[in-house]
Structure formats: structure tokens, C-alpha cells
Design a protein around this ligand. Structure first.
Ligand code: DAH
Length: 346
């Protein structure tokens, strides 16, 4: 091997390397190419072995050429690497691009059940008068659901509440929210202003106007000097907040064992405005709740001295109020979980 031959080999290797670097398809290929060309056992090393057979005076010359060739190869590799890197980045950006103009997935928005929404509305109104929300248990005992509310065992008044018993130990599904009155009185000192919304249960033959599961909101106020006039004033305010200023109301005598006297509270018919229609049985009035002055016996069961304190209570069916607000005519709709019904209350 002579100087000319070795120089030619070096230049050929350089030209080949530059072409290969330009042709590399990926940065991975380039790294492999660098090892093949410039690595310890790479092709440049192999070519340079030929130096050994050159005369000593030619060797520095070859060294200089080899350096140039190596520099040229390195810079070809570096150029190729940088253009490949930007091409790979551009490819990745294109492949992973997010199309911000694609419409988003719509969020499935829920809605309050009309009963929950109506109970909330009722609660909001009484909260403005200082009433505080309490909750009683849905599984009650006979004592609290009946006896402490002045409804003795075997008393005919029990016929008003068709009861679902849970066991023979006198547990039952509460037939009304009134037992909550006892629980509030036993756990709080007067003055009391309590509101008790909740689910109630009765043994009923279910039809458009009878459900075995329904909601009530109970109210209880106990203080010194509480009168029936306070009850009337409060309920008038409630009716106006619920149905609008000027809503006419009336008390009628009623009967409940736990209040004395007891009343039914009517609003002027919300459908016909009082002239008489099928919705009000042509009376011009609709009964929306029962109420009265808490019976002294009930106060005593609640641990409250009836000589010092008086109270009033009221209880209303939430379905009845929701029916009137939304013109619903069949109670069963509330419990069927039919979205075609429920979605109307958005
Ligand atoms: N608990 C009664 C019922 O279920 C409703 C009721 C009437 C509640 C009069 C009261 C009341 O607090 O004073 O029919």
C-alpha cells in the first residue's frame, strides 16, 4: 500500500460515509453508522492499519488526511442527526396533534328529582323564619310513631295510618314525620323551631293518588306564649312565598290526636282561583297541610313542661305540593325512574 492508494481509500470512505449519513432513515440508524465508521473496530480504523506499511516520511501526511476525513465524517453525521431529529419531532407533532376544533364530549348533567326540589323549596321558606332542619329515622318504634303522639295501642285513630310493621318488637316504617317531633323535643330545649323533611311509608293499595312511599315535611315550634295566631301567621307567609303574594288561605277544624285544637290549612284553589273546578272538588279550596297546637301530653312525652311552654306543629305531603306546582296527576310517576318524566324538571 502506498500513500496515493491510502489517500484514495480514505477519500472513498469519507464520500461513502457522507452519502450514508444523508441516506440514514432514523437517528437510530445514524448511531449505528457512527459506530461502524468511527468506532474502535470501525472502518476508519481498518483503513488506517495500512499506515504501518508506508515509509516513515509519508506517515504524518496520512495522519493529516485521516484527521480531515474524520472531521468531515463527524460533521456529516452531526448534520444528518440534527435534520433527522427535527424531522422526527415534526412527524411526532403531526401524529400526536390534538384537534382543538373537535367538539367536546357533552357532560351528562343530572337534575333534582321534583320531590327533592319541592322539599328544598319548602325548607328554604321556613329557614327564613329560623327553622332548623332535623332528620328522624325511617324505621321507627311504635312508641315514638304512635304512643308518644297520643295514639294509644288499639285506639281507633290508628286506622288513619295503615302501618307496615318491620318486626314483632314494635318496629315499623314511620307512617308520618311526626315522631320526629318527639325526638327533637327530647334532644333540644325550647325555644324550638324544627323542620323535619323525610320519607314515610304506608300499607296502601297503590293507584294514581295513593303511594306506599311518599314524603312529608313536618314543622314544630315550641316556646313560651306560642299561639294558634302565630301558626296562622306563619302558614300565611308560607303560602304567599310558595304561591305568590295575595294567596288566600283558611283554617278549618280538623282532628289529629297529637294536636289540640287541630286544623286543616287550605289555600284558595290554585287551578281555578276559587270559582270551583274538578281539581278542588268544586269547593274553591285545596287542603295542603294538617296542623294544630301540640297536645300537652305530647309535650310531656317530649320532656317539656306544658304549663310553661306551648307549641304548634304542622305536617304536609310533599307530593301534593309538587303535583300542584308541576301539574302532575299520577303519584306513581315519582317513583318509576322514567327519564322521560324526570328530564322535564331541568
Ligand atoms: N302526621 C299527620 C299525617 O300524617 C300530618 C300532621 C297533622 C302533622 C297535624 C302535624 C300536625 O304535625 O300537627 O297525616
Amino acid at each position: 500500500m502506498d500513500l496515493a492508494g491510502l489517500t484514495e481509500d480514505l477519500h472513498a470512505l469519507r464520500d461513502e460515509a457522507i452519502a450514508a449519513a444523508r441516506a440514514a432513515a432514523s437517528t437510530g440508524d445514524l448511531e449505528q453508522l457512527e459506530v461502524d465508521l468511527l468506532g474502535k473496530k470501525g472502518r476508519l480504523t481498518v483503513v488506517l492499519r495500512g499506515i504501518g506499511s508506508l515509509p516513515a516520511e509519508d506517515r504524518p501526511r496520512v495522519g493529516a488526511i485521516a484527521n480531515e476525513v474524520q472531521t468531515a465524517m463527524r460533521s456529516a453525521l452531526a448534520d444528518a442527526a440534527s435534520s433527522l431529529r427535527s424531522r422526527e419531532l415534526a412527524d411526532r407533532l403531526a401524529a400526536e396533534a390534538v384537534d382543538v376544533t373537535t367538539p367536546g364530549r357533552s357532560i351528562r348533567r343530572g337534575t333534582y328529582h321534583p320531590i327533592v326540589e319541592t322539599a328544598d323549596r319548602i325548607t328554604r321558606i321556613f329557614e327564613q323564619f329560623g327553622f332548623v332542619v332535623y332528620e328522624g329515622p325511617e324505621v321507627e318504634d311504635d312508641l315514638t310513631n304512635f304512643r308518644m303522639l297520643n295514639i294509644p295501642q288499639d285506639h281507633p285513630a290508628r286506622d288513619l295510618w295503615d302501618t307496615l310493621y318491620v318486626d314483632v318488637e314494635n318496629h315499623l316504617l314511620r307512617t308520618h314525620t311526626s315522631p320526629g317531633q318527639i325526638r327533637v323535643m327530647q334532644s333540644t330545649r325550647p325555644p324550638i323551631r324544627a323542620l323535619l323533611p323525610g320519607r314515610c311509608f304506608r300499607y296502601e293499595a297503590v293507584d294514581a293518588s295513593h303511594a306506599s312511599e311518599f314524603f312529608q315535611v313536618e314543622g314544630l315550634m315550641v316556646d313560651e306564649g306560642t299561639t294558634l295566631a302565630d301558626l296562622k301567621g306563619l302558614l300565611d307567609q308560607f303560602a304567599q312565598a310558595m304561591y305568590g303574594r295575595g294567596q288566600r288561605t283558611r283554617f278549618r277544624p280538623g282532628y289529629y290526636p297529637f294536636t289540640e285544637p287541630s286544623v286543616a290549612f287550605d289555600v284558595e284553589c290554585l287551578v281555578c282561583g276559587g270559582s270551583g273546578c274538578p281539581a278542588c272538588s268544586r269547593t274553591g279550596w285545596m287542603t295542603i297541610l294538617g296542623a294544630g297546637m301540640v297536645h300537652p301530653v305530647v309535650l310531656q312525652y317530649g320532656g317539656i313542661d306544658p304549663e310553661r311552654y306551648q307549641g304548634f306543629a304542622f305536617g304536609m305531603g310533599v307530593e301534593r305540593i309538587a303535583n300542584l306546582r308541576h301539574a302532575v296527576t299520577d303519584l306513581r310517576l315519582y317513583m318509576e325512574n322514567d327519564l322521560r318524566f324526570l328530564e322535564q324538571f331541568r
